[in-house]
Design a binder for this molecule. Structure first.
Ligand code: NAI
Ligand code: MG
Length: 497
């Protein structure tokens, strides 16, 4: 039966009663210890699957499988063959997308209105990497060596890549790693987040269905401080691509000293979103609001420090409040819901803690600030929240909350806005809303971050990509440079004499 005829229900997409295993050498296998752990639907706290609890032993097996695959038939696949594999998996993902979107909604809470919308972005991302498969090139140089020696450079796949990814959108974010691995001929061990592993397990099954050789991509599920730590440290891993917290990023930098692994790190953010009095407020109000509330605020580049020019502050906050009242929070299976729950009790406690402390520092609560009750009381929901009269030095302005919480910070002029925008340890995203070209360029040039949006927020094209500076990490996602993590440069000198 094709998916068009299959009846898709939560029961039909979830793995069922038997625990999910790791995927090693193309086979689904239990943890070496036999241990499993529970993963829940954050909309109601109910267990939806049991996952294999990975240990250092499981990581050893998965890395060995990836090393063997790197040296095996996969190493003789041509770029065109790898491109075709990416094309086949893109078609499969497209065909099964309704199931994948539902699985992601059940596992990490983002509403179907969001997960369904990822269909085209994911297709674009896979096809971007399919194109990159044919774009790996070295150079032939005019050298100053004796005439008989010809010099050139090759680019070669680096080997085994560890992909350690977070829970805030693995259905799409895993492609940043899988795309790079498959385009270049590397192999991988993926360690999905303990709170959202199901879409990674499902996609790796689809990769095998599309004809990927066994062992090319392996998955070890489990906890960060055990399985993640063992993988980041493993001497059989050549490079690590990590997305997550700055704190864990630091641990991964330390672990990378084993084997001198090059890293791509996309870490936390506290991005400035700057609205000038001359902006088109019909666009700026919903744009800035959703620049934070999207995915319930669980987005690395969310524009959580909302700088608003003082002359429009009152009007802007009123309109922001009115817009926020229209945003529907609920179980993501409801096709009218815009915001789902937070991922976990831990994340809910974190958001509740920051919101509870903010008034004592002088922030004024304008909207939200609590958990919704009724049907939503058992889920990890939090109402979209706005604080006004925030100053840039308050904790809610300086620390990543990772929830639907906006801090409105007034500013007087462009210099004032820039000074505060850059007074932060992070440098991931940022935006400016204005109709004035010189104000726009002043902000684009002045904001110290890896990405700046103008009169929009959060658009990402894989061909251009994004990345961070400061505590937001290093190494880009997307663009031609993306593949630098997956390749190394080999200088070749040939004596033709
Ligand atoms: P985390 O950074 O601990 O988790 C991300 C991934 O790293 C998960 O797969 C986890 O299992 C793994 N991990 C954890 N400890 C590890 C270690 N020692 N070695 C190797 N891997 C390890 O983030 P967590 O605890 O889930 O969330 C805490 C905060 O991090 C959030 O509140 C948010 O502020 C930030 N965060 C940022 C993300 C981003 O996209 N930049 C994504 C997720 C969280
Ligand atoms: Mg889950």
């Amino acid at each position: 039966m094709t998916s068009a005829h299959r009846i898709i229900t939560p029961e039909s997409v979830l793995p069922g009663a038997a625990p999910c295993g790791h995927i090693i050498r193309g086979k689904t296998v239990p943890a070496a210890s036999g241990k499993t752990f529970s993963t829940v639907n954050p909309a109601n706290g109910r267990e939806i699957a049991r996952l294999a609890e990975g240990s250092a032993e499981d990581v050893d097996r998965a890395v060995a499988a990836a090393r063997a695959a790197f040296a095996g038939p996969w190493s003789r696949w041509t770029p065109t063959q790898r491109q075709a594999l990416l094309g086949r998996v893109a078609a499969l993902v497209d065909e099964r997308f309704e199931e994948l979107a539902l699985l992601e909604t059940l596992d990490m809470g983002a509403p179907l209105t969001r997960t369904r919308m990822l269909k085209e972005p994911i297709r674009q991302m896979i096809m971007f990497f399919a194109a990159q498969a044919l774009n790996v090139k070295g150079e032939t140089l005019q050298s100053s060596l004796p005439l008989s020696v010809q010099a050139m450079t090759f680019k070669a796949p680096v080997g085994v890549v560890a992909g350690i990814i977070p829970w805030n959108g693995p259905l799409i974010s895993q492609w940043w790693v899988l795309g790079g691995v498959l385009a270049t001929g590397c192999t991988a061990v993926m360690k999905p987040a303990e709170d959202a592993s199901l879409s990674v397990l499902r996609i790796v099954e689809l990769l095998h269905e599309a004809g990927m050789p066994e062992g090319v991509v392996n998955v070890v599920t489990g906890f960060g401080h055990v399985a993640g730590e063992a993988l980041a440290r493993h001497s059989g891993v050549d490079r690590v691509a990590f997305t997550g917290s700055t704190e864990t990023g630091r641990k991964i930098i330390q672990a990378s000293a084993v084997g001198m692994k090059k890293l791509q790190l996309e870490l936390g953010g506290k991005s400035p979103d700057i609205v000038f009095a001359d902006a088109d407020l019909d666009k700026a109000v919903p744009g800035a609001a959703m620049g934070v509330f999207n995915n319930s605020g669980q987005v690395c580049y969310a524009g959580t420090r909302l700088f608003v020019q003082r002359s429009i502050q009152h009007e802007f906050v009123e309109r922001l409040k009115a817009f926020t009242a229209t945003v529907k929070v609920g179980d993501g299976l409801d096709p009218t819901v815009q915001l789902g729950p937070l991922i976990s009790q831990k994340q809910l406690d974190r958001v509740t803690g920051y919101v509870g402390d903010a008034p004592s520092e002088g922030a004024r609560l304008v909207a939200g600030g609590q958990r919704p009750g009724g049907d939503l009381a058992n889920g990890f929901f939090f109402t979209p929240t706005i604080f006004a009269d925030v100053s840039n030095s308050m904790r809610i302005a300086q620390e990543e909350i990772f929830g639907p919480v906006i801090s409105v910070i007034p500013f007087d002029d462009a210099d004032d806005a820039l000074r505060m925008a850059n007074d932060i340890d992070y440098g991931l995203g940022g935006a400016v809303w204005t109709r004035d070209v010189s104000t726009m360029f002043k902000m684009v040039n002045g904001i110290r971050s890896g990405t700046v949006w103008v009169n929009c927020y959060g658009a990402v094209d894989p061909a251009v990509g994004f990345g961070g500076i400061k505590n937001s990490g290093y190494g880009v996602k997307g663009g031609a440079e993306h593949l630098d993590l997956y390749l190394y440069r080999k200088a070749v000198y040939i004596n033709l004499g």
